[in-house]
Design a protein around this ligand. Sequence first.
Ligand code: ATP
Ligand code: MG
Length: 420
Amino acid sequence: MKQSQYFLKTSKAAPKDDVSVNARLLEQAGFVQKVMAGVYSYLPLGLRVLQKVENIIREEMNAIGASEVLMPALQPSKNWVATGRWDELDVLFKLGSRHPKNDDPLPATYSYALGPTHEEIVTPMAKEIIGSYRDLPKAVFQIQTKFRDEARAKAGLMRGREFRMKDLYSFHSNEEDLTAYYNKVAGAYKRIFERLGIPALYVEASGGTFSKYSHEFQVETPNGEDTVYVCNKCSLAVNKEIFDDQKVCSNCNVRDYRETKASEVGNIFELKTKYSDSFNLKFTDEDGSQKTVLMGCYGIGPSRCMGVVVEQHFDEKGIIWPESIAPFKVHLLGLGAKDETVSKAASDLYQNLQAAGVEVLYDDRDSSAGEKFADSDLIGIPYRVVISAKTMGENKVEFKPRNSAESEMLTIEDLIKKLT
Ligand code: ATP
Ligand code: MG
């Protein structure tokens, strides 16, 4: 991509109304634009990162045998009335239609919800698919936009009112099968956060009415909203909300914790029959008896993950993207755009890198070296390649990883070898 044509503008001024690191850097570097509190547009650079995050999650979901679906954000109130969450859930956005339908159970003013999560849709959906023990187990996931009327939408992408979520739901005939899948999902989550460059703590949290625990995946970060206690022996952690009841670590039976701030990037729950009861989701077992389907639900916030990655990977100059989710692999800076030999060489190198399958952002703009360097550090692409009259004098280019202070001079041949 040529930077002169790209829909991108960096800014020197930090946003006034949000002091979090991710909001400041992502806005200044031109990844996102704030529309209102907790609502962002993703600009091309930001969308590339978000899509990479979501693809890593998608790959790991496919690897544990889940099928991808897409459910609606606009949902009928009656499903929410059926579970009791129409009145219970304080973050539920409710809206009306100017053309009410006859089967709307509520006054026209509030007949719809904007989905904050999808148990109310996925459970009735599964009724059409699951009838017998032979239909179980099943697992479906989606990667979709969620809406929550959060009281305090702040900290950039970390707490939005409109945000991205991967939600997975599993259906089982018995508890052992549910627990086995739950553990399999936990393994997939561990791999996901490692691949995203934000290894997460495995945290015991309250399980609601149906299980002893749920588990959260929490990334240690000073801006995190949660307080967790990490076992010094085995690093299993406990959320503060249940810490007082926890006498010893449930893994190694000692009480030796350190306290830390963290941000929840994922959450897994055994729902058991909570939602299958509401929608009468049953199956016929081998012996002919009717039983209630057991469910699990498992969430990850790709947009929050993107914010957390920035909170973890930055310096005073800007973002330092992990290679796995960087918008491009290489930032090619052509210095002295007016010098025809340099711009010809830079544009040839740009084409060679693209032909070699390397994702390149090529700064072909007619601006100063200082400006290009500053933008490049702010944007945080993993490898910077500079080509100028000076480097051409040596028949080489300058190569510098974003996370290192050292650069080296390489021939084009060696550069391409290094990057492929
Ligand atoms: P939190 O405790 O942070 O409010 P939650 O427990 O309500 O989140 P879930 O309903 O389990 O979250 O949602 C699954 C995942 O979606 C969370 O782990 C988080 O990564 C993400 N998420 C939840 N709420 C938001 C939000 N308002 N903005 C961005 N991401 C969110
Ligand atoms: Mg939570």
